[in-house]
Design a protein around this ligand. Sequence first.
Ligand code: FAD
Length: 264
Amino acid sequence: MLKIIVLIKQVPDIERVRFDVETGRIDRSSAPAEINPFDLNALEAAVQIKEKVGGFITALSMGPMQALSSLRDAMARGADDAILLEDRRFAGADTLATSNTLAAAIRKIGPYDIILCGEKTVDGDTGQVGAEVAQLLEIPHVYYVSRIVNVSGNSITVVSETEDASYVLETGFPVLVSVTRDVNKPRLPTLKSKMKAMKSEVKIWHAEDLSGFLDLDKAGYAGSPTWVHKVVVQREKTRQVRIYRQVEDGIQELMRLLESKGLI
Ligand SMILES: Cc1cc2nc3c(=O)[nH]c(=O)nc-3n(C[C@H](O)[C@H](O)[C@H](O)COP(=O)(O)OP(=O)(O)OC[C@H]3O[C@@H](n4cnc5c(N)ncnc54)[C@H](O)[C@@H]3O)c2cc1C
């Protein structure tokens, strides 16, 4: 039975979320939260692998308590277990601090075969976390996976897309695989699976629970080597249109404008 870990990030519904142009921050209260769409593909891939060769799926997320709802959703969609990494000392993390915390939790979870994640998130959009986690765990990773060709008890064959080529790659375990949206079409949870997930336990691990696995100096805002200096949200500019009924009026106004700007 394969041990599969799926990385799940809760993100705001990006179609509806508003930005606070004064502070340059996302106003998370302006839109409901959901599982990052790419992570739904990662979860669906895990469920399909489990259906084919047998497996146990753990959904893992770092985030605030609100992320519990996304982990319950993950359980309704096929995860057997779910862990939320929640602690104010994890907050404000950049991608490296996020990856340090996730990698520490994975070490604590114990032996695993496949880690699946999305190629990127729709809010942070860096596409760095998967590669960083693999590097920290010192395991290989396969990126931009658009198809899982075959999976057995000890290897996986995938198609990895780059800008100029598609590669068919086979790798043993453990491995981290990050998927694109082409890899599958995530199924919807059923009412029965939703009801079951509502009653299932989601484990919550705080900083103390990762003691011996995580150096807290490398977690959260304090452990982040990068800081956001300033975020500028581009204001939408509307076109400045003036309509003249008479051609001559338009030409006169155009000449006046060009003259006023010293262009003629
Ligand atoms: C300098 C800097 C400062 C930041 N400060 C803050 C801050 O103060 N507050 C804040 O909320 N965010 C902050 N962020 C954003 C935060 O770092 C990212 O949300 C986080 O590191 C994930 O990066 P990403 O969204 O780009 O993930 P990507 O690298 O695009 O994600 C790839 C995949 O990794 C997995 N993944 C990513 N994040 C998680 C997660 N948290 N749990 C489980 N799986 C995950 C998912 O499977 C995802 O599909 C900051 C980012 C930077 C660069």
